[in-house]
Design a protein around this ligand. Structure first.
Ligand SMILES: Cc1cc2nc3c(=O)[nH]c(=O)nc-3n(C[C@H](O)[C@H](O)[C@H](O)COP(=O)(O)O)c2cc1C
Length: 188
């Protein structure tokens, strides 16, 4: 896919089915993730892949988190099924690096870029993907189970697979209200 077409038409796809990305496709997704801007080259990220039966591991963690939150039996049951909404889930985590020059928010921005880059790599290969968070990304038990230290963060769960139907491309938005000439903002 042409790079500019990718950048101007990228869309998320929540309806994902088998097959999972091939090893070649996954390799490009991983390469894209670590190609992002990274101040001082700290590599402040970690990506955990759940595919096939490993999704059950994530489902168990979600269920236990729901239990610890005293959610209803129905919600606990549902939590266990969430990872099965796609053939592959990549949990994108900030692995914070203590550094004088690079504050945490910059490192977080780097991991967000990586998550987006992975989604773009999916889209460019006719795969579907959607970035999800919700309460599970903030939950202490889930964070701990995914190996997050105190300053780490789950930036997102990227659900990846084959689009169940061709990915609907969102209509273009008018950018003009978001971009202004400097002279409209700054007075002499
Ligand atoms: C940090 C972040 C967290 C998100 N969390 C969720 C989520 O938990 N559930 C969801 O349905 N969409 C979530 N979204 C939105 C989708 O990923 C997606 O961007 C949205 O459905 C709009 O589609 P588009 O990407 O094609 O514009 C999140 C997006 C971001 C950037």
């Amino acid at each position: 896919m042409d790079a500019l077409k990718l950048l101007t038409t990228r869309s998320s796809m929540p309806r994902l089915v088998e097959p999972s990305p091939s090893e070649e496709q996954l390799e490009l997704i991983r390469k894209a993730a670590i190609r992002v801007p990274d101040h001082m080259n700290l590599s402040p990220y970690r990506f955990i892949e759940f595919s096939g039966r490993d999704r059950g591991l994530l489902g168990d963690i979600y269920q236990q988190a729901a239990r610890l939150n005293n959610f209803s039996e129905q919600r606990i049951e549902q939590a266990g099924q969430l990872p099965f909404r796609a053939p592959l889930i990549i949990a994108s985590c900030l692995r914070y690096v203590d550094n004088d020059k690079v504050p945490r928010n910059e490192q977080l921005a780097c991991v967000a870029c990586a998550t987006m880059a992975m989604q773009q790599a999916c889209f460019a290969q006719d795969l579907g993907a959607i970035w999800r968070t919700g309460w599970l990304a903030e939950d202490d038990y889930v964070r701990e189970q995914l190996g997050c230290h105190e300053d780490d963060e789950i930036v997102g769960f990227l659900y990846i697979g084959t689009p169940a139907v061709p990915t609907p491309i969102k209509p273009e938005q008018d950018y003009s209200e978001f971009f202004v000439a400097a002279t409209n903002v700054i007075s002499d």
